[in-house]
Design a protein around this ligand. Sequence first.
Ligand code: 4AD
Ligand code: MG
Length: 477
Amino acid sequence: MRHTKVKDLLNSTTTLQEINAKGWVRTFRNNQFIALNDGSTINNIQCVVDFENTPDETLKRITTGAAVSVTGSLVESKGAGQKYEIQVNKLEILGDSDAEKFPMQPKKHSLEFLRENAHLRVRTNAFGAIMRVRSVLSFAVHSYFQQKGFVYVNTPIVTGADAEGAGEMFQVTSLPLDNLPKTEEGNIDYKKDFFGKHTNLTVSGQLEGETFAMALGQIYTFGPTFRAENSNTSRHLAEFWMIEPEVAFNDLNDNMDLAEDFIKYVVKYAVDHCGDDLKFLEGRLIEEEKSKPQADRSEMPLLEKLGFVMNNDFKRVSYTEAVDILRDSTPNKKKKFQYIINEWGADLQSEHERYLVEKHFKCPVILFDYPANIKAFYMRLNEDGKTVRAMDILFPGIGEIVGGSQREERFDVLVEKMKALGIDEEELWWYLDTRRFGSAVHSGFGLGFERLVLFVTGMTNIRDVIPFPRTPQNAEF
Ligand code: 4AD
Ligand code: MG
């Protein structure tokens, strides 16, 4: 007999004879009531076992974590809290779970403990909800761009290029590390390596993406990216997923419009399709916040915060204005910032970004026209000669969620910039070809997918919104 998903049973409009459900026991109480979850929804279905006619040996095996199959009828529930429940006629234990040893006990576990058990944490309510929301959000990303006629491009994971020019790359090699081949000059001979050259895991698909935008018009990537930055923070992963749209003939304003519209769409999509999960996560957050000092609590419940983002314009502010605001701010004057902002040109740290968003503007902010020397080589130089057409989108509780720019489309200016920064023109010959042949204004951005999932789920640590996080000193599972 084919089993029916718990979600469909709970959404049934009638009682049903002869149904089968399969899932994992969350709790078993009074030797009679199983709370069964199969991952299709945050909600469990109550299964009422006829304990008088069930052998004791079987009842003993109904433990938290066990996989079971129940056959019976879907009846109206007499108990409070649910419309329907399963009156069980036949119960089969599919896989036992030793109650003493199963780590996911029906009680509150710390997030640290759950991270150490990332293979089982997805059996908890919170992680089930987070991972379903993550899945719906990825679908929303594709839905948005496909509806608008963007072409989905799979850019390479192994590449010779350092797209961000920041040198934070994981090297890819098949050379024997204990016996490296050397050139006559004594350097490592990468000609003998698998690809015949030095390669690394991609930090961004942007450069390859640009070449496609300059043929297909509007493209997007959505794939894993890797950064060997030693940032052990709640916002950084060594392996994260990035969405990078790139559009020919878009200038920076078009780029900001696209990013804002895109974010609003995917947030709304999650709100429309993940109601139960988001309601649960909102409740979780309210509980968690009770243990925090008043000042650190978020001002809005989760769903209200998502609604706020969907329904309000993001504030657009130039870097120069932002620096003026920060310089005059109380935490700057009272030296409460770790990095004091003294002058124009300073790079903004996450404490500054969060001040702007959470304390000053109290809404998502798009900062644009940054100093050229704190941004990547490919950004369009403004007429002032010192700022570039860059934009970052800053979100409450997150800081930077998007980084993007209008690209430098002028061959000579780009080459000069690369020279100044010591970026190898030979290595990027193919990138420069886009400026040699039919160059045009174009723009794009990258959105860190996990930072989006963080925002939508209200979680606070990025390790909790990706199935198996990779961070410095940690690649378990
Ligand atoms: O600002 P970034 O470095 O921009 C780029 O990579 C550009 N090539 C994007 C483009 O214009 N096509 O990264 C983009 C976004 C950040 O805003 C942040 O959300 C996320 O990627 N991000 C990270 N997320 C998790 N862990 C990390 N270590 C991240 N580094 C960046
Ligand atoms: Mg950035």
